[in-house]
Design a protein around this ligand. Structure first.
Ligand SMILES: [Zn+2]
Ligand SMILES: [Zn+2]
Length: 359
C-alpha cells in the first residue's frame, strides 16, 4: 500500500510532484497508508535536491513513472512510530537517505553492505513518494537519529555527503594527495571531508572562477581542467582521484594519478557518454578503478560522527517548500542561478497555510 492523492482537506501531507515528464512540479495533497508496526512517519522539515531526481523526472534514466515525488536527502521530526519501533520516539530529529528497504537475508545485507543488496528499494520509486513532501513514512531502521542541534538544511549529507564519504573512507589515508574532480553538490563536500581526513587536496574543475571557493572549503591546490598546460604539469602527481562528474574523462583522471594510484567514480554518466577508458594506460601503470554507490547505514552513522567532530555542513541555498519549482529550475538550468552548491527546500512556512488531517 502506498500514498494516495486526495483532496487538500483530507490530506496527511502535500507533495511537490512531477505529474508529467519534465521539470514542472505541482502541489499534490495525499493520504499516507496506515502506519506499519515497524514504520515511522515524520513531518519533513528539509529535503535536498539531487541531480538524480531530475535525471529521473526528465526521462534520462528511462521513462519516468507518474506521479513522481523524488527526494532522498530528508530531515524531519518523528510524528508517529509503529508498535515495534523502539529506537526512535515522537519528537526526535531524524534523517533519511537513498535506500528505504533491503532483504536483510543476503550476504551483502548480513555483512553491512545493504546498498549492494539485489532486493533493495530506493527511497522514491513507483510505489513510494520521496522527500519533496511535508510528510514521509518508511521502514523505521532506515532513519538516522540526529542531535537537536543538527541543522536541517544539512540534509544533502544523506545522498551527496554519503556518496563521497564512502569511497574516501575506504581509500583515503592521511597525507595522501587526493584530487576531487567536479566542484558541485558532491565535490564541494568531498573537499571538506578529504581535508579533514588529513589529505593534501587538489580541486579539479572546468570553472576557474571556483578556485577561491574551493580553497576556502579546504582545497590546497586547484587545477583548471580546460588548461592543457596545467594538466601536463600535474601529470602523475596524485595518489587518488574521486571523480564526481557525470561527464567522466577517465583518460584525464588516470593521467593525473601516479602509477599504482586509484580512481574512484561516483557520478553515473549518460549511457551514450564516452568515458575514454584507456585499458593499456591503466594496465601498464597498475592503476585501479573503483565504483561506489552511495553507502550503507554503517557508513552514514560513521559520517554523522565525523561531521559532528569536524563541524562539516554542505553549502546550500534554501528555498521555501511552496517555491520548490524555483529550486528545480536552478538545479536543472541554472535559472536564475546555479546552486551554490546544493538546493534545499524547507517546509516551515508551508504549515502556515496547510494543516494535516492527522493533527
Ligand atoms: Zn542523490
Ligand atoms: Zn539483501
Amino acid at each position: 500500500m502506498s500514498e494516495q492523492p486526495c483532496d487538500i482537506g483530507d490530506a496527511d501531507g502535500v507533495a511537490m510532484a512531477f505529474l508529467e515528464k519534465g521539470t514542472k512540479v505541482t502541489p499534490l495533497p495525499f493520504r499516507q497508508p496506515a502506519l506499519g508496526d515497524k514504520q515511522i512517519r515524520i513531518r519533513v522539515t528539509h529535503a535536498g535536491l539531487c541531480m538524480s531526481d531530475l535525471l529521473t523526472s526528465t526521462g534520462q534514466w528511462g521513462e519516468p513513472y507518474l506521479p513522481l515525488v523524488p527526494g532522498h536527502e530528508i530531515v524531519g521530526i518523528v510524528e508517529k512510530v509503529g508498535e515495534k519501533v523502539s529506537h526512535l520516539h515522537e519528537g526526535d530529529k531524524v534523517g533519511f537517505g537513498v535506500y528505504r528497504d533491503c532483504c536483510d537475508m543476503c550476504s551483502e545485507c548480513r555483512t553491512g553492505h545493504e546498498n549492494m543488496c539485489a532486493g533493495k528499494s530506493y527511497t522514491y520509486d513507483p510505489y513510494s513518494y520521496g522527500g519533496y513532501a511535508t510528510s514521509f513514512q518508511s521502514r523505521g531502521d532506515f532513519f538516522f537519529k540526529l542531535d537537536d542541534s543538527f541543522p536541517g538544511y544539512a540534509a544533502p549529507l544523506f545522498c551527496a555527503g554519503t556518496t563521497v564519504y564512502n569511497p574516501l573512507l575506504q581509500y583515503a589515508k592521511p597525507s595522501m594527495k587526493v584530487g576531487i574532480v567536479g566542484i558541485g553538490g558532491l565535490g564541494h563536500v568531498a573537499i571538506k571531508f578529504a581535508n579533514k581526513f588529513g589529505c593534501e587536496v587538489t580541486a579539479i574543475s572546468t570553472t576557474p572562477g571556483k578556485e577561491q571557493e574551493a580553497k576556502s572549503m579546504g582545497a590546497h591546490h586547484f587545477i583548471n581542467s580546460k588548461d592543457p598546460e596545467a594538466l601536463k604539469k600535474h601529470a602523475n602527481s596524485l595518489d587518488m582521484i574521486l571523480d564526481t562528474c557525470t561527464a567522466v574523462n577517465l583518460e584525464q583522471d588516470f593521467s593525473l594519478v601516479r602509477p599504482r594510484g586509484h580512481v574512484a567514480l561516483v557520478g553515473a554518466p549518460n549511457v551514450e557518454h564516452d568515458c575514454k577508458l584507456n585499458i593499456t594506460q591503466i594496465l601498464m601503470r597498475q592503476q585501479e578503478l573503483h565504483g561506489s554507490e552511495v553507502g550503507p547505514r554503517i557508513v552514514i552513522e560513521n559520517m554523522l560522527e565525523f561531521v559532528k567532530i569536524h563541524n562539516i555542513i554542505p553549502d546550500v541555498d534554501i528555498y521555501p517548500f511552496a517555491d520548490t519549482q524555483s529550486a528545480v529550475n536552478s538545479l536543472f538550468s541554472g535559472s536564475p542561478k546555479w546552486p551554490r552548491y546544493r538546493n534545499v527546500i524547507e517546509t516551515k512556512d508551508f504549515f502556515n497555510t496547510f494543516t494535516p488531517r492527522s493533527n
